[in-house]
Design a protein around this ligand. Structure first.
Ligand code: PLP
Length: 405
């Protein structure tokens, strides 16, 4: 067996299942889960219709093998979207590839980029730099590529920005890949241009690749849409996006997590190698999904409607919770990342026991590194259910926190 498999950690939801295993929640309350970050708004009809039409297409549908590059029409739709959204003009022949949701691609990209034997001469492993807290795929992908993750804590005093300055030079020297997650999961923080500038300078100096995970980019609460990684590079005059790729997904933007569709875009040299890897890995997107994806990328109205639903929900829920805990409206995303008194696991367990509300303990989303766990004493609440349910959950949480005092 691949020995790196033994380094994989239990997924946060598995740890939550174990935490709750022996509990019978209070039966007077119906269960409400803010635990899993899975979109629950309805999928727009125009996407479902394009999907059904494509299945029935006698020339295509399910009867042909798709190409890993995807249809040119899909890459053009994505190119047009990148232009509308970020003012970017990419060569869709060489700088864009469809992916089956960002999760598989984030994982596969690490396998494409990392050279685990590069630092063998001094018996040091290659490094993949991750934010902390973070999306657990980054860590698993690093381990399975033969690299070691290095966790960079987010700082609550600076809108949860990563403390990139704390990374020792010796670590940067072994870094082959760095993950940015902006808007962040779980913090919702959007990385500003000044930090991109810092990371580009480090990437130029040490030669590492930046993978920018942007799957929450279309759900935001500020006036300006979140800055994208490629957009930041273009603003800083980095034509060609050297050593940079971004991952964008339809899952959250268009409420189609079950469709598995997104794209990767950026440095053509990296995309070329990634395409080679994907051809062998077998990651071509069904033409049916491609047709539905074209419909989704070409339409913004359903995205605006979706964003408005989140805005209305957060406007109702956040003020309730701020009465009893340190929590604020994030820049973007669909999570509240709140501070609680005492242990986050005790909080989640007691809330579930007494009020039948599920939240995710923050420490499950982060690692102990540099002497502390930046998720400790925090909880993540995913406001994905409909507004009335989220408001009811918030009211129960308020009661619960007041009863603990
Ligand atoms: C930060 C982050 N990146 C990537 C993903 C993967 O999303 P998908 O594979 O649906 O595009 C998720 C899903 O929750 C996420 O939270």
């Amino acid at each position: 067996m691949n020995p790196n498999l033994s380094q994989l950690q239990a997924y946060p939801f598995e740890r939550l299942r174990q935490l709750f295993a022996s509990i019978t929640p209070n039966p007077t309350f119906r269960p409400i889960s803010l635990g899993i970050g899975e979109p629950r708004h309805a999928t727009a009809d125009l996407i479902k219709k394009a999907y059904c039409d494509a299945i029935m297409d006698p020339q295509g549908g399910l009867s042909i093998y798709p190409a890993t590059t995807g249809l040119l029409s899909l890459r053009r739709s994505i190119g047009n979207w990148l232009e509308r959204r970020y003012g970017l003009q990419l060569d869709v022949e060489t700088q864009v590839l469809p992916i089956n949701g960002s999760r598989e691609a984030l994982f596969a990209f690490v396998q494409t980029v990392v050279n685990p034997s590069q630092h063998a001469h001094d018996k040091q492993p290659a490094v993949v730099v991750c934010p902390n807290p973070f999306y657990q795929i980054y860590e698993g992908a690093a381990f399975l590529s033969g690299a070691q993750p290095y966790y960079v804590p987010s700082d609550p005093a600076r809108n949860f920005a990563q403390d990139w300055d704390s990374v020792p030079q010796a670590v940067w020297a072994r870094t082959q890949l760095l993950f940015v997650c902006s808007p962040g999961n779980p913090t919702g923080a959007v990385m500003p241009l000044s930090e991109w500038e810092k990371l580009f300078a480090l990437s130029d100096r040490y030669g590492f690749v930046i993978a920018s995970d942007e799957c929450y980019s279309e759900i935001y609460f500020r006036e300006d849409p979140p800055l994208g990684g490629l957009e930041a590079a273009a603003r800083l005059g980095r034509a060609g996006f050297k050593n940079l790729v971004s991952f964008t997904s339809l899952s959250k933007r268009s409420n189609v997590p079950g469709m598995r569709s997104g794209f990767v875009a950026g440095d053509a040299a990296l995309i070329k190698q990634f395409l080679l890897y994907r051809t062998y890995h077998g990651s071509a997107m069904s033409t049916v999904v491609q047709a539905a994806s074209i419909a989704a990328w070409d339409d913004e109205q359903h995205v605006r409607d979706n964003r408005e639903q989140y805005r209305a929900k957060f406007a109702q829920v956040t003020p309730l919770l701020t009465q009893v805990m340190d929590v604020a409206l994030p820049d973007a995303g669909f999570y509240l990342w709140a501070k609680v008194d005492g242990s986050d696991t005790d909080f989640a367990r007691d809330l579930f026991t007494l009020y039948n509300v599920t939240v995710l303990p923050g420490s499950f989303l982060a690692r102990d590194a540099q002497g502390f766990n930046p998720g400790a004493s925090r909880i993540r609440m995913a406001l994905v259910a409909e507004t009335a349910e989220c408001v009811e959950a918030a009211q129960r949480i308020v009661e619960f926190v007041q009863s603990r005092k």
